[in-house]
Design a protein around this ligand. Structure first.
Ligand SMILES: [Zn+2]
Length: 246
């Protein structure tokens, strides 16, 4: 049986309030943290784990769902503090998480920079600078779509491209639980597509949601917005209907 333990953290960044939902998946043999916040979030994450009686040093694996900085920015700091942790991401994400290939998010920001209104340019410059300065970690292994985690066979890897091309979600059939990461967000109690300005392929994102709709779901955890337990299919259908012409 996999225990699914959300580890929400709240903080202020760039004068904005943020709340992120990393998740710990726990069995008798492994403790897997899914995504790990920004580099500056390390003390918050440690405190949030300890509050739930999980020793940070007991985290055996970290899974990065995609290489956005709010998901993998904290990887270097974590690995520096807890070098025994094993890091996994989708096989195709490895060059991006390793930093050997330029972040697709940074490339997107650079490509759109000239067209930005002047007022947004300082923000975009800081966004790009933060990506350039990012300290990275080379993952220990790559995950394959539609396979189970090698270190936790109760959990399936689901391809949910769109927000980023190699984005993954994690599905636990036994408890009908989905760790959606950024394939979905929850806003005002409803599912939505994570900030469409950051979706690299909207059509793929909608198809991924249709794929999610085909799963048996009793609990969905989103990295932005938290959890949904009831009305899951109604909310998914509403969203699919909203984007049916994409
Ligand atoms: Zn993201």
């Amino acid at each position: 049986m996999v225990q699914v333990i959300p580890i929400p953290i709240s903080f202020t960044l760039d004068q904005q309030e943020h709340q992120l939902y990393p998740v710990v998946l726990q069995t008798a043999s492994a403790r897997v943290m899914v995504d790990c916040g920004y580099e500056s979030n390390l003390p918050l994450l440690e405190a949030a784990l300890l509050e739930r009686e999980i020793a940070p040093a007991d985290i055996t694996h970290i899974i990065i769902t995609h290489h956005d900085i709010d998901h993998m920015g904290g990887l270097w700091a974590w690995k520096n503090q807890y070098p025994q942790v094993r890091v996994y991401t989708a096989l195709e994400e490895i060059p991006y998480v390793s930093g050997t290939r330029k972040s697709l998010r940074q490339a997107q920001a650079e490509a759109g920079y000239e067209q930005l209104p002047e007022a947004y340019k300082p923000w975009a410059q800081e966004f790009i600078r933060r990506h350039q300065a990012l300290r990275t970690v080379v993952p220990d292994g790559g995950l394959q779509y539609d396979e189970v985690l090698p270190f936790m066979p109760e959990v399936q890897v689901i391809a949910t491209p769109g927000h980023m091309p190699y984005h993954i979600s994690l599905y636990i059939p036994n408890s009908a639980t989905l760790i959606a990461a950024d394939a979905l967000v929850i806003e005002d109690g409803q599912f939505n597509i994570a900030n469409p300005a950051f979706v690299l392929d909207l059509k793929a994102a909608v198809q991924s949601i249709a794929g999610i709709r085909s799963l048996t779901l009793e609990r969905v955890i989103c990295y932005h917005g938290g959890e949904m337990h009831t009305g899951i299919y109604q909310s998914l259908d509403r969203l699919l209907d909203q984007y049916k012409t994409v």
